[in-house]
Design a protein around this ligand. Structure first.
Ligand code: ATP
Length: 449
């Protein structure tokens, strides 16, 4: 197996320097593990989300979109099992006050006994016995802070889909099998967030619930496993950095009959970690909501003249974690032949790169800036470009390499007469002369897909 290097620290610094990701409330010292997406980060995240939406909703006739609210009726979370079951075992150290997940491999000995040793301060016997800690954020709805007004920030988007199952099915007249997809924020009061944007307390999910007739669920589970792996490969993630991990009986969530994770190799000490979960949730969620709400959530199959509660195959992927995978996968430092200074490259797929082309006049005279401005203005209506006339041309190329821009267009001394420019490819470093009038098509074809 390839041993990929640790690049996280370098990425955190690149992301801040170039405007991909900033620490939240940084001027106040930051908020624990919460991050803001800067100008380039938001473009990259949107490209990723749009790609998912296109593949899962727009290009299929058997999946509908939905955007349900973050705040939901509190009974939803009792029915779903989150109030009682969405817990992690937590231990705290009486000496240094730090908190850990009880299954943290860094803990030596048994917490709650004299030989349990705190991994932070090293004291023995100061770790509490494990207790269950609910990961849902609680807040109050309306002006009264009593228990009747307690609500939760949703820890997953899926429940918003289940409670709307019949609304969507009846309004669209979809027939089982069909799916409902949504993209939205989720919140989990994680005990040990960290590794940059890998595990945060506020994050996004792109989840799709596929409703199927009981008995066909295993077939659909296999189908979605394969489809989702194909999608991740299509993002440009290296095939040898992707693998499935099957959940054993002790790992399965309370609702799941079967589960596979798509894992990506983040390199270094993090190694293979989940970026997407594919779950066979059976009829657990719809049955629970039917019972707790007292409202029938059955599907009537006209052809078969029967009623049943569909089974659900869920695909749940985090755009933040996948974005981190893209950055890790694409980051490389290399030397350039004939140059003393090396370069840092983000090898993002052209379809996902935040900026598609840099546009430069070779020098700031002889009409070159005017031509370059005109090209940039024209291309900007089709895709994001960046005009840059400051510093040596090599520097300008390197600034674009570092943010993953796949093409750099340079207007030089021949451009005015020949009506053409050079187009430099980020990865091969090859330069081709392309007619100015063909630029939009030339780049447009290369960034599609
Ligand atoms: P983990 O085991 O890493 O806590 P999970 O199995 O609880 O994740 P799911 O409930 O299956 O995660 O959520 C689906 C996806 O949502 C995950 O694969 C991940 O990409 C993303 N995700 C979950 N929790 C977080 C988090 N705290 N921060 C960022 N992304 C997250």
């Amino acid at each position: 197996m390839a041993n990929y290097p640790e690049v996280m620290d370098k990425l955190v610094s690149l992301c801040k320097r170039r405007g991909f990701v900033f620490q939240s409330s940084e001027i106040y010292g930051g908020t624990g593990s919460v991050w803001d997406y800067g100008p380039l980060g938001v473009e990259l995240k949107r490209n990723l989300q749009d790609r998912w939406w296109r593949a899962m909703v727009r290009q299929r006739d058997d999946i509908e979109g939905l955007d349900s609210a973050i705040l939901m009726h509190p009974r939803v979370w009792e029915a779903s099992g989150h109030v009682s079951g969405f817990v992690d075992p937590l231990v705290d150290c009486r000496n240094c006050k730090k908190r850990f997940r009880a299954d943290d491999p860094k803990i030596k000995g048994t917490p709650g006994t004299p030989d349990g040793q705190c991994p932070a301060c090293g004291m023995k016997g100061t770790l509490s016995a494990p207790r269950q800690f609910n990961l849902m954020f609680k807040t109050f709805m309306g002006p009264v802070e009593d228990s009747a007004a307690t609500i939760y920030l949703r820890p997953e988007t899926a429940q918003g889909t289940y409670v709307n199952f019949l609304n969507v099915q009846q309004s669209t007249r979809q027939r089982v099998p069909f799916g409902i997809a949504q993209i939205g924020k989720a919140f989990r009061n994680e005990i040990t967030p960290g590794n940059f944007i890998f595990r945060t307390r506020e994050f996004e999910q792109m989840e799709m619930q596929f409703f199927v007739e009981p008995g066909t669920d295993e077939k659909w589970f296999e189908y979605w496993k394969e489809e989702r792996m194909k999608w991740h490969r299509g993002l440009g993630l290296a095939p040898d950095r992707l693998q499935f991990h099957e959940h054993g009986p002790t790992e399965l969530a309370h609702y799941a009959r079967a589960a596979f994770d798509v894992q990506f190799d983040f390199g270094g000490s993090l190694g293979f970690q989940e970026i997407e979960g594919i779950h066979n949730r059976g009829d657990f969620d719809l049955s629970q909501h039917q019972q707790f709400s007292g409202k029938k959530l059955e599907y009537f199959d006209h052809g078969g003249n029967k009623r049943y509660i569909p089974f659900v195959v869920e695909t749940a992927v985090g755009p933040n974690r996948t974005l981190l995978a893209l950055l890790v996968n694409g980051y490389r430092e290399e030397s350039v032949e004939g140059e003393t200074e090396g370069r840092t490259v983000l090898g993002l797929s052209p379809a996902l790169a935040p900026i598609k082309a840099g546009v430069f006049p070779l020098v700031k005279k002889d009409g070159m800036p005017e031509i370059a401005h005109k090209i940039a203005d024209d291309l900007r209506s089709a895709f994001p470009v960046f005009y840059d006339d400051s510093g040596a041309i090599g520097r300008r190329y390197r600034r674009q390499d570092e943010i993953g821009t796949p093409f750099c267009i340079t207007v030089d001394g021949e451009s005015a007469a020949a009506n053409d420019v050079t187009v430099r490819d980020r990865d091969s470093l090859k330069q081709e002369r392309i007619g100015i009038d063909s630029l939009r098509d030339y780049i447009g074809t290369r960034i599609s897909g």
